[in-house]
Every structure is written in C-alpha cells, then in structure tokens.
Design a protein around this ligand. Structure first.
Ligand code: C5P
Length: 220
C-alpha cells in the first residue's frame, strides 16, 4: 500500500501535535513536528546571544546545526532540548526566526527530505501550502482562542503562565506574527480539509481524520 504524506497545519495550541501523533501511530507512519526545528534554531540563537533579526548569522547557524527529531526527543548538535524549547521565551524566539526566509529555506529543505518516501504526518504552519503542496491529505485544524489557551495551559510539556488570559494574549500575539509575516504565512491551503475542533474531544477529531485517510487508501 502506498505510504501517504499527511500535512497538518493550524494556529498555536490547537492540538496539532496530539492529533498528528495519534494518526501517525495508527498508520505506523513517522510523525514530524516541524515547529520543533524553528524552536531548536531559536534556542541555539539565544544560547549564543545572536540577535533574532540577524538573518545571515541565523541561516548560517541553521545550516551548521544538526537537528534530531524523534517521537520522544528533540536535540540540536547532540544536546537534548526536548523540554527546554517548550517555554514562552522560545515560543517568541521560534516565531521570530520563522519570519526569516533564508532560515525557512534551510528548514523546509530538511522537512522535504524527511518526506521523500512518504509515510509521514508532518505538522506546522506551512506544510500543506509550501513544504508538501502535493500532500495526499491536507488538514487545517482550528479552534477558538479561549479553547486553545485552555489546551496550552493544561499541556504539561509546555511551561509558562497558567492564567488563561495571559496564555490567550501570548497565543494571539504569535498567531498575529505567524499569519501576517511575508514569508510563508499561516493559512489553510485551498484544498485543505478545515476542521474546527472547538468543543470536540481529540478522539473524535482523530476518528474524523482516520475516516478521510481510509477513504483515500480505499480509492487507490
Ligand atoms: O508549532 P510550534 O508552536 O511549536 O511552532 C513554533 C513556531 O515556529 C511557530 O509560532 C511558527 O512561527 C514557527 N513555525 C513555522 N512553520 C512551521 C512550524 C512552525 O513558521 N511549519
């Protein structure tokens, strides 16, 4: 059976990771969190004291770094940063480096290579629009900002404020940066299936997506 490329995009805190992980596990595919790559570059920039608008330095840094992403680990140059990249500071640093076209070009190239043989569920902001415009299935997950703030505040992998109003303000700022930037802004591809997950249990979203996947595989 052909191994599909499944692209999942959507705003921060919508639950892309949870859905992508579940779909990948059901299909025996690889799950790739592309945001972790932007976070890794943002983390290293802060460690080295590189300003987040220094495009040449940051793209050199991205080129020279080895970024490892597995189901349980994110590492850069061999350093485990799995937990260190889930902080409000790195939320901002990742969104800043993600605005830079030359940094994006390097990371998009790596993301495409990961998908060469199919059998991948990749989540991010531009997966269906830029990374894999030929993806077999494109999903765009959305949810109200209040619901996304609740999900983010209860995510134990992510540190930061627990006051919902504060989480919501930070999410809105990142959404604004991600959807208004010139380079690969966040939007739903014309051929994406848009799912509003507000009020929907994650198991139901996964079931909806699996139904779409099965229809595709049966049609082969
Ligand atoms: O998905 P996550 O919140 O971990 O992504 C961190 C940041 O990386 C996002 O706010 C966004 O600016 C950037 N990003 C991106 N393109 C992707 C994935 C993430 O620009 N495909």
């Amino acid at each position: 059976m052909r191994k599909l490329i499944i692209a999942i995009d959507g705003p921060s805190g919508v639950g892309k990771g949870t859905v992508a992980r579940a779909i990948a596990a059901e299909l025996g595919y690889r799950h790739v969190d592309s945001g972790a790559m932007y976070r890794a570059v943002g983390w290293k920039a802060l460690q080295l004291g590189v300003r987040l608008d220094q495009e040449d330095t940051l793209s050199g840094l991205a080129t020279d770094s080895t970024i490892e992403i597995s189901a349980t680990l994110v590492a850069i140059d061999g350093t485990d940063i799995t937990r260190a990249i889930r902080t409000p500071e790195i939320d901002k640093a990742a969104a800043a480096v993600a605005r830079l076209p030359n940094v994006r070009a390097i990371l998009v190239g790596r993301q495409r290579r990961l998908g060469l043989d199919g059998g991948i569920v990749m989540e991010g902001r531009d997966i269906g629009t830029v990374v894999f415009p030929q993806a077999d299935l494109k999903l765009y997950l959305d949810a109200s900002v209040e619901e996304r703030a609740r999900r983010r505040a209860s995510d134990s992998a992510h540190s930061g404020p627990v006051a919902l109003a504060e989480v919501a303000t930070a999410l809105k700022a990142r959404d604004q940066s991600d959807s208004t930037r010139a380079a690969s802004p966040l939007y739903a591809a014309a051929d994406a299936v848009v799912i509003d997950t507000t009020g929907t249990p994650v198991a139901d979203v996964v079931a909806q997506v699996m139904a779409l996947v099965k229809t595709l595989l049966i049609a082969e």
